[in-house]
Structure formats: C-alpha cells, structure tokens
Design a protein around this ligand. Structure first.
Ligand code: NDP
Length: 269
C-alpha cells in the first residue's frame, strides 16, 4: 500500500477536543506519534485534555476556540502552525445536539405545541454545519498555501439517514456527509489534490452523553445494533488513523456504526 502520509510526526488539529470522541481521537493519534492541537470552547477543559495526552507521553497543545467564530478558528490553525510548523490533519469534530419534535400535541390541553425552537435549530446548524465549514476552510488554506499534503475529516453521524426528533442535527449531519464528495473534487480541480477529504459517520458511541442516557432507551438502541454494544471511541479513531495512512481513501463518508443503518423507527418488522 502506498502511504505518503504517516501519523507519526504529523500535526493534527481537532475541534471539540476537550472530551468525548475528539479527545479519544487526540489520545489515539498522539500515542502513535502525532502532535495534537485540541480546540474547544472552555480553556480549562481543553487544557485538562491536553495535559492528559502529555501525561501519557504525547505532544499536545490546547487552544480555546469556538468553531462558530471565524477569528477563533483562524487562531486555532495559526497556533498549530506557530507551535508545530504545519498542519497535516484537520478533524471538524465539534458538535452539539438540541433535540425536539417540530410539533407535538399537549396531552392535557390537546393544543398543538411547537417544540423545536428557531434558537435550537440555529444553534445546531451554527456549530455542526457552519463550524465544520470554517474548520475545513481554514485548515485547507493552511495546507494549500505551503503545498502540504493532508487530510480533512468531517464527523457526520448515522443519523444522516433522517432521525425523527433531530430535524436540526440530522440535517447538518446529512449535509456534512456530502462534503467529502464535493470538496475532494473541488480541491482536485483547484490543483490541491494532495489534500484529501474524508467523512466519518459514527453510530451510537460510548461517550458521557450516551452513558447518561436512560437505560431502557439505550437497550432499545443496542437491540437494533448487530454489534450489540456501543461503538468505542477508539474504533472511530482507528478508522481515522487508517484513512490518514491510506491515500486511496478520499471523497467518501465511512460509517462506523456496528451495522446500524437506520434509526430504530425504520426497522423492518
Ligand atoms: P461531546 O459533547 O462529548 O463533545 C463535544 C465537544 O465539543 C465538547 O467538549 C463540547 O464542549 C465541544 N463543543 C461544543 N460546541 C463547540 C463549539 N462551538 N466550538 C468548539 N467546541 C465545541 O460529543 P461527542 O464526543 O459525543 O461527539 C463528537 C462528534 O461526534 C460530534 O460532532 C457528534 O455530533 C458526533 N457524533 C457522536 C455520536 C455519539 O454517539 N456520541 C454519534 C454520531 C456522531 P462543551 O462540552 O463545553 O459543550
């Protein structure tokens, strides 16, 4: 297998890196010799995460950066270049959920209620879609200008298939799942074919949020998963590691879901 890119010695910028999947990816790559730059909204939290990586013998830099703010994302990328000289991997991982049905009926009054507020719709689109755009755009620029080969990752979700109760989240995740196709072609046309674009669409993954879920709902989810358990964050990180070192992986979104193709509501009875 030709593999011009190596994890060891590469510089990886990860948004939403203070915890959950982002931190797990950071630890995984750092353990294999990558220099990791974590961005997140809270300085103390992201610094703690970087310290964890350093305590394990890895190299990590923490930067307070809100992906919805262009200036923050620019600062994050600049900090990576300033500290480590170049960027080879960018992972637009920061994401939030604000679930709710668009409409429901109040059982007590029978009146129609609007559950998903414009504010919650916008917040999810702003972080999961605009934030991912800013991250990839600023990251790609830092690779294209010096001509550094690299990989841009977006984190989608199996909910891109259309999960009820997640109109905002599923819309954003469906959109970013298309980006590898669009951007790999754009970068090729623009003469930057050395920059690849890959999407990762996780299934239900072991994170604090999922562990805090009501047990019955979690069991219902797992019953529909051929894997029979939650996906481990390291299994996502290992897929990212594989994509970094395999230049044939480009312009595609890879599901890492344990076989869950659809939400439980779509299950054929
Ligand atoms: P977590 O909520 O555990 O971690 C997300 C991190 O992103 C948090 O540290 C959070 O900070 C941070 N963050 C939130 N808003 C911003 C922002 N505007 N700028 C920068 N950082 C921000 O999420 P997960 O680790 O579970 O998810 C990571 C990604 O994977 C997300 O894109 C998610 O949608 C996706 N995903 C997760 C799945 C799962 O099962 N867990 C399944 C499919 C996809 P704070 O905590 O302070 O808000």
């Amino acid at each position: 297998m030709r593999s011009p890119m190596k994890i060891a010695g590469s510089v990886a910028v990860i948004t939403g890196g203070a915890r959950g999947i982002g931190l797990a990816i950071g630890r995984f790559l750092a353990a294999r010799g990558a220099r990791v730059v974590l961005g997140d909204v809270l300085q103390a939290a992201v610094e703690r995460a970087a310290e964890e990586i350093r305590a394990e013998g890895g190299e990590a830099l923490a930067v307070e950066a809100d992906v919805t703010r262009e200036a923050d994302v620019e600062r994050l990328m600049d900090a990576a270049i300033e500290r480590f000289g170049a960027i080879q991997v960018v992972i637009a991982n920061a994401g939030i959920a604000r679930d709710g049905l668009m409409l429901s009926r109040d059982p007590a009054t029978g009146k129609v209620r609007r559950n998903l507020s414009a504010e919650d719709f916008r917040a999810v689109v702003e972080v999961n879609l605009t934030g991912a755009f800013l991250t990839l755009a600023e990251g790609a620029r830092r690779m294209a200008e010096p001509g550094t080969p690299g990989v841009l990752f977006v984190i989608s979700s199996i909910n891109k298939a259309g999960q009820p109760g997640q109109l905002n989240y599923a819309s954003a995740k469906a959109a970013v799942a298309l980006w590898p196709k669009i951007l790999a072609a754009e970068l090729h046309w623009s003469g930057f074919a050395g920059i690849r674009v890959v999407g990762i669409a996780p299934g239900y993954t072991r994170t604090e949020a999922l562990e805090a879920m009501e047990q019955a709902s979690l069991e219902a989810v797992l019953k529909d998963a051929p894997l029979g358990r939650l996906v481990e964050p390291d299994e996502l990180a290992a897929t990212i590691a594989l994509a970094i070192e395999n230049e044939a992986i480009n312009g595609t979104t890879i599901e890492v879901s344990g076989g869950v193709a659809f939400g439980p509501w779509q299950r054929a009875k």
